[in-house]
Design a protein around this ligand. Structure first.
Ligand code: MV4
Length: 507
């Protein structure tokens, strides 16, 4: 095992990796930008080094700075986390040259499987199903029309360089193709500097289901079941769960084996995720591969009882996988909420700032992966994710009940958070029934308030009352009051107003 690992990241994932290091008896080295000097990941590490100004282009994204620290601090490995340099083959390559182990796949595997078009070609070659459509970019509207007629409408145009839904247009009929072509190509040009698009059959209301895979350096591959990630807002995941509410043992096996075929063909090593779209008939289609540890890895950890970060480190250190496919058993149900410093009442606008106080949910079946503390200021230079709240239950129903309960215990005052969004989602009939698809949340949020009410959302007054009750609970709890006192109606107008002011700081 390594002696010292550099964590080339910040926030909750850097904290998560530091915890794995601690458990393995490995020293954890943090890096931080000027605005992260007092961040939790720095406090959790054994050593920490400044790497420059707040903008990530001048700090967390500068390979030479990261490797400079690795050399100076005599680290034997680098864990990139997710985002930043995690899927940049240049870092993996620079590590090889510097004699430092990159905790992740090889640069070559990253290039092959991390590229959408290259991965699609590999998928076709090995028989992992892909959405019907072209493999190569299309040169003209006429060519697009011809292909669309062949595969049948509706179709979807996607940017070759695509990501985050940019340069993507669905086309219902031939009459819409020309304008969709103009929109998709110009958006792709603006976003990626690459106007090329390709065409696929458009799937209506598909689910986004991904398979977690692990591969060691000795040719052993396993899949760790799936994660259902259909609840997304503007192509950002909001809630993830394992298992998927629609999964069957047969489908899991078929998708798992399809994912491993792809991983094997790309000589993949370490942890990776294979994304699929799944239609209403449970047909699945390969979408893309993520060659990193993902934000939502905890739901898989919980239902498999495995520690993915420690396994990543063991694999990178050359150890063989300590388990084979038959050893992997799934137990219960886990659901994760991504908690952001953003204002759900103001179009989810980021809400960085100083956290005055925060409440940490605990109790049966609860896990909180956070990178914050009371008194810390959420910087505005980075993604404003504060952490992830994850609930486990013996079944989905119990997991949902625990998640709802833990969300009531969660608060971060001084900033806005998106916690009220989860209360709304958990209260909706569609979500409770698992009737979700990739555009479900966007549809849900743009639906008229009457629809939302019919779906079982609490009205504002109820929600306010609940928030006040939660606040009272915290206040009295801190003072050691009894349960009956916590529900007492405030007797003084001053107290009521004071409490209301506090509550208003919460989402
Ligand atoms: C699709 C699709 C329907 N049919 N492809 C969006 C992001 C990109 N990675 C793939 N995406 C989609 N591709 C076909 N042929 C619907 C989506 C899609 C989506 C996919 C995953 C998660 C959220 C999504 C939200 C809207 C659309």
């Amino acid at each position: 095992m390594f002696k010292k690992v550099l964590i080339a990241n910040r926030g909750e994932i850097a904290v998560r990796i530091a915890r794995a290091c601690r458990e393995l008896g490995v020293r954890a080295v943090a890096v931080y930008s000027d605005v992260d000097r007092a961040s939790l990941h720095v406090r959790m590490a054994d050593e920490a080094y400044g790497i420059g100004p707040a903008p990530s282009r001048e700090s967390y994204l500068v390979i030479e700075k990261i490797l400079g620290v690795a050399r100076f601090a005599d680290c034997d490995a680098i864990h990139p986390g997710y985002g930043f340099l995690a899927e940049n083959p240049a870092l993996a390559r620079a590590c090889v040259e510097a004699g430092v182990t990159f905790i992740g796949p090889s640069a070559a595997a990253m290039e092959q499987l991390g590229s959408k078009t290259a991965a699609r070609q590999i998928a076709r070659a090995v028989g992992t199903p892909t959405v019907p459509g072209t493999l190569d970019p299309i040169n003209s509207v006429d060519e697009a029309t011809e292909i669309a007629r062949e595969i049948g409408f509706p179709v979807i145009l996607k940017a070759v360089a695509g990501g985050g839904g940019k340069g993507m247009r669905s086309v219902a009929s031939e009459g819409e193709l020309a304008s969709a072509w103009r929109d998709a190509t110009s958006e792709a040009q603006n976003a990626f500097g690459d106007a090329r698009v390709y065409l696929e059959k458009y799937l209506e209301r598909p689910r986004h289901i991904e398979i977690q895979v692990l591969a060691d350096q000795h040719g052993h591959f396993v899949y760790l079941g799936e994660r259902e990630c259909s609840v997304q807002r503007r192509h950002q995941k909001v809630i993830e769960e394992a298992p998927s509410p629609i999964m069957t043992a047969e489908l899991r096996k078929a998708m798992g084996e399809a994912a491993l075929k792809l991983a094997r063909a790309g000589n993949y090593t370490n942890a990776g995720t294979v994304e699929f779209l799944v239609d209403a008939q449970r047909n699945f289609y390969f979408l893309e591969m993520n060659t990193r540890l993902q934000v939502e890895h905890p739901v898989t950890e919980i239902v498999t009882s495995l520690d993915l970060v420690k396994l990543q480190m063991r694999i990178a250190a050359g150890e063989p996988l300590p388990l084979c496919q038959e050893d992997i058993a799934l137990r219960g149900h886990a659901i994760e909420c991504r908690i952001y410093a953003e204002d759900p009442d103001n179009n989810f606008f980021p809400s960085p700032g100083k956290i005055l106080d925060c409440g940490v949910p605990t109790g049966p079946g609860i896990r909180l992966d956070e990178g914050i503390y009371a008194g810390w200021t959420v910087p505005n230079e980075y993604d404003p994710m504060l952490g992830k709240l994850i609930a486990w239950g013996r079944d989905r129903k119990e997991a949902l009940a625990r998640l709802g309960r833990a969300l009531e215990e969660y608060y971060a005052s001084g900033i806005k958070t998106n916690v009220s969004l989860f209360r709304r989602i958990l209260a909706s009939r569609d979500f409770r029934e698992g009737a979700i698809y990739t555009r479900w949340l966007d549809d849900f949020l743009s639906a008229a308030p009457t629809t939302e009410n019919r779906d079982g959302n609490e009205d504002t007054a109820t929600e306010q009352a609940a928030a006040i009750a939660a606040f009272l609970w915290h206040t009295s709890h801190a003072l050691g009051a009894s349960a009956s006192e916590t529900l007492a109606i405030p007797e003084s107008k001053w107290k009521t107003e004071g409490r209301r002011e506090q509550v208003d700081r919460e989402p």
